[in-house]
Every structure is written in C-alpha cells, then in structure tokens.
Write a protein that binds this ligand. Structure first.
Ligand SMILES: Nc1ncnc2c1ncn2[C@@H]1O[C@H](COP(=O)(O)OP(=O)(O)OP(=O)(O)O)[C@@H](O)[C@H]1O
Ligand SMILES: [Mg+2]
Length: 318
C-alpha cells in the first residue's frame, strides 16, 4: 500500500524533473557551442586544421552547469554520440577525477572514450593513446565537469602539466579537439593563471539570481511548475516577498531554486492537497537543512541575515 502511494507520488513528480528551462546563460552557451561546432565541421569538410577553442561555463554550485551541458548534448540536432552503428563520438563528457594528476586525468579520459584504465603505462603514453582515440572516434569536443577540481590536492607543477596537456589538445596538428570546461568560480583562477589558455577561452557565467530583477521570472517559473503538477499556488505564495525568500533559500542559484520548488510541490502532493502554501516551502527547507524555525527563511522575519548554506543550524554559536 505504502509502495503504491510512493509510486503514485513519484509518477506526478517525475515529469517535473524532466522539465528543462532555458535561461539566458544556457542560450548563450548553446549559441557559442553551435558556432564552434559549425566552424569545426566546415574545416573538416574543407580539409583545413585550425586550433580549436575552449568554452568555460562558470557558476556556483547548483546554478545548473551540469544540467546545461547534459541538455545541450542530448538535444543538439547535429551531434552523434556513439551507438551500435557508429564509432563516431562527437563529444566525450566526464568529471575531472581527484587527484587530478596528469596520469589519472588521462586514464579517466581514456576510459570515457571506451577504453579500460591502463595502470601500467606512463602519463605520456596514456595521453598519446587519448589523442589517437579522439581522432579515431572523430571526437570534436571533450567536456570536463567539476573542472575546478583540476587544482584540488594538486601541486602547481602537476596542475601546469595538466593544463599544458589540455592546451595541446586544442593545438593538435592532425586532430584538434575543443574543450568544454564546467566549474565553480575557482575555475576562473585556473584559466586566468595561464595566458595562453585564457586567450583561447569563451567564458560564460551563470549569473546568480537577484530578487530585485528576477521576481517576475521566478513567479512565472513557480506557476509553470504548479501547472505542470496540476496544483494551484495560494495567493500568499504569488507574492514578491515569498519569491525573495525562495531566492535567498536557494543561495540565489537558479538550479537549486528549481530543485526546491519541485521538493515543495512534492510535499503538497504527499499531503494530498491541491494548493501550494507557504508552509510547504517552510517544511521543504526544514527537511533539507534540519534548521530551527527561527533560521528558516520561509518563517523568520529578517530572513536575509540567515546563512542558508549551513546545515543543522541552531543559532549564533552553532
Ligand atoms: N535549466 C534547468 N531547468 C530545470 N532544472 C534545472 C535546470 N538547471 C538545473 N536544474 C536543476 O537544478 C539542480 C542543480 O543543477 P546542476 O546539478 O546542473 O548544478 P551544477 O551547477 O552542476 O552544480 P554543482 O556545481 O554542485 O555540480 C538539479 O537538480 C537540476 O535538475
Ligand atoms: Mg555539476
């Protein structure tokens, strides 16, 4: 019985998780990526090799970087991403492993290209194999997610060797491969540290939400999700005050705000009500953070002073 209720709730929530909203950062990314793809495709058709370029998507945790790349790759009409009938793999996508040593990044990239990790080889041999396989599979772009981790637990020398190797992919004589790097703002430091890399990068920032500028957009987002789940928003929800609280609760990150909206709606559905109330937002936040009501931005008067990134927060000296 309980299983049945859970699966009914999941059946109503699952379609919400499938919605992808295109914001201006996504459209910008889509445009830059398409231009680079077209340029590279026409160079291949003309038998010309020019240096490839790098797109860097930078935004806070929960801004929506990983989702943006996944959506673009899954829906781009021109891309071939492997399959039973073709070796072609236009884009290879992977997360930077830690520690991001030259050898480990190379092994992980090789594995993403469909070849097992080879521990016995040197970093140089592994990267030669990576370059060979990129060409064999006609790969046009390599995507590294969590690219800020290139600098994690890393000596400056090791970081430099990884960055140089990534640059060498862009400049490869026979088969240049473009890069997509997604990461938190620390990625800017890594890119800016290397003038040659910085010169080849198209940076795209996922901006944080701003209660003064984005209220209308967030209100229509809430209506969109409520309508998609067959619920109504109570009149006290459709207010700038609630929107400002939600933006604050979501650390001003677009993706996190959507995640919280879906979790709130799930609570309403679980309660078998048809109207989303402010109390549903408060409950969602309490469940996620474990905080007392005085530190819940949907309850406290002076919500802007609350540090929403702290879990199980009970007060000043916590
Ligand atoms: N454009 C979007 N439309 C709908 N949902 C989105 C969108 N972007 C992000 N989300 C949702 O927001 C949440 C966070 O997104 P995502 O994991 O892509 O963020 P991120 O920037 O990669 O964060 P992190 O740096 O922590 O990896 C996910 O639950 C995702 O489904
Ligand atoms: Mg991510």
């Amino acid at each position: 019985m309980l299983d049945q209720i859970t699966s009914t709730i999941e059946a109503r929530v699952a379609p919400l998780r499938k919605i992808f909203l295109k914001n201006s950062a996504y459209r910008h990314f889509e445009q830059v990526f398409t231009e680079l793809l077209e340029r590279r495709s026409s160079e291949i058709a003309d038998g010309v090799t020019r240096e490839a370029r790098c797109v860097a998507l930078i935004g806070g945790s929960g801004s929506g970087k990983t989702s943006a790349v996944r959506h673009l790759l899954a829906h781009h009409p021109r891309l071939v991403l492997g399959g039973p009938e073709t070796e072609r793999l236009d884009v290879v996508s992977l997360a930077v492993p830690t520690p991001a040593t030259l050898k480990f990044v190379g092994q992980t990239t090789l594995s993403a290209l469909g070849f097992p990790l080879r521990r016995e080889r040197t970093a140089q041999t592994i990267w030669e194999m990576v370059k060979g396989h990129l060409q064999a599979r006609r790969t046009l772009f390599l995507h590294y997610d969590e690219a800020q981790d290139l600098a994690l637990h890393q000596s400056p020398r090791e970081l430099k060797s990884v960055v140089n190797t990534l640059k060498s992919l862009l400049q490869h004589q026979a088969w240049p491969v473009g890069l997509i790097l997604t990461g938190t703002p620390e990625l800017k430091g890594i890119i800016n540290h290397d003038v040659q890399l910085a010169r080849r990068v198209f940076p795209i920032e996922f901006p944080r939400l701003n209660a003064a500028l984005d209220s209308e957009r967030v209100l229509s987002l809430l209506s969109h999700y409520a309508a998609a789940s067959g619920l109504e928003l109570r009149s006290d929800v459709i207010q700038r005050d609630l929107v400002a609280r939600l933006i604050h609760a979501a650390r001003r990150e677009f993706g996190l705000l959507i995640e919280m909206t879906i979790a709130t709606i799930e609570g309403t559905i679980r309660d078998r009500r048809t109207d989303v109330e402010i109390a549903d937002f408060a409950r969602m936040f309490r469940k996620r953070s474990g905080c007392i009501d005085g530190l819940n931005p949907f309850i406290a008067d002076d919500f802007e002073r609350i540090d929403v990134s702290r879990l199980l927060y009970g007060g000043e000296n916590d």
